[in-house]
Design a protein. Structure first.
Length: 265
């Protein structure tokens, strides 16, 4: 955030809404709101006493089949490297988990908090997948699935459509953040002193889509039959065909990372 008039970066201040005064950092306390606008306060010493001591090792409590852990519990992934002298045990654990298709569940503490984690094999090493606790995940029943009938012919069309776009492997490099790329281009233009002009975007048009018709169109079942060309007459057969004009062959255009590290960027 910068000052619009001079471009200087702004400094954050904490304002008390009750008296309108600026509160300095040494006068700020941490509290827990147990009812609306009612807080219990904690001193730094009390908070430190409640914090969990950092774990220096990760002890696996149990192993479970990897597919049984629903991705809805996934939080942040971290790469794990072996400690000095533990390279052989590290490699052995990774290979055993890979061949058995299991993951290890454990708890570890860092930054005063206790985390639930899952260790899984990856490319000869281990990934520590931080998980959410059960009380942190809302049940899908709160959303509710529509109780509508699925007709066999509709299901068959949907399956055919999925088969047409099915890939055997996941390649994340096929997908790019086009919004980020567009913003970077605009930033560079501004750095170079260029004037950036944005054209008006087209307003989205509301429409009701018939799922069956959309599926049929995607599968090409609604394509119109191509009319056959008429058979040439006897006179036309005797005529010599006109010499076709030479066409230039188009050229193909040039087509256009020991220790724990966080895997996401």
């Amino acid at each position: 955030m910068v000052h619009k008039d001079c471009g200087s970066p702004l400094k954050q201040q904490y304002i008390c809404p009750k008296d309108g005064k600026t509160v300095e950092r040494d006068n700020i306390a941490k509290g827990y709101e147990y009812v609306k606008d009612k807080f219990v306060l904690f001193t730094p010493e009390e908070i430190k006493a409640m914090e969990e001591e950092a774990t220096r090792a990760i002890a696996i409590a149990e192993f479970v089949p990897l597919p049984t852990v629903d991705p809805v519990y996934f939080d942040k992934p971290y790469y794990l490297g072996p400690d000095k002298g533990a390279e052989r045990a590290y490699r052995l654990l990774s290979e055993a988990m890979k061949q058995s298709g299991v993951a290890g569940l454990a708890q570890y503490a860092a930054r005063g908090k206790q985390y639930l984690v899952m260790l899984r094999p990856m490319e000869g090493g281990l990934v520590m997948q931080q998980l959410r606790y059960a009380e942190e995940v809302r049940p899908f029943a709160e959303v509710g699935a529509p109780q509508t009938e699925v007709k066999p012919e509709e299901l068959q069309l949907a399956l055919q459509l999925m088969q047409q776009t099915m890939k055997q492997e996941f390649h994340p490099e096929r997908y790019q953040d086009t919004v980020k790329k567009r913003m970077q281009e605009v930033i560079q233009q501004k750095v170079e002193g260029q004037e950036v002009v944005f054209g008006p975007g087209e307003a989205p048009k509301a429409q009701i889509i018939d799922l069956m018709e959309a599926l049929k169109a995607s599968l090409g079942t609604e394509a119109k039959p191509v009319a056959r060309p008429p058979r040439p007459s006897a006179d036309a057969a005797e005529r010599k065909p006109a010499k076709s004009s030479p066409r230039s062959t188009p050229r193909a255009g040039a087509g256009e990372n020991g220790g724990r590290k966080r895997a996401s960027r």
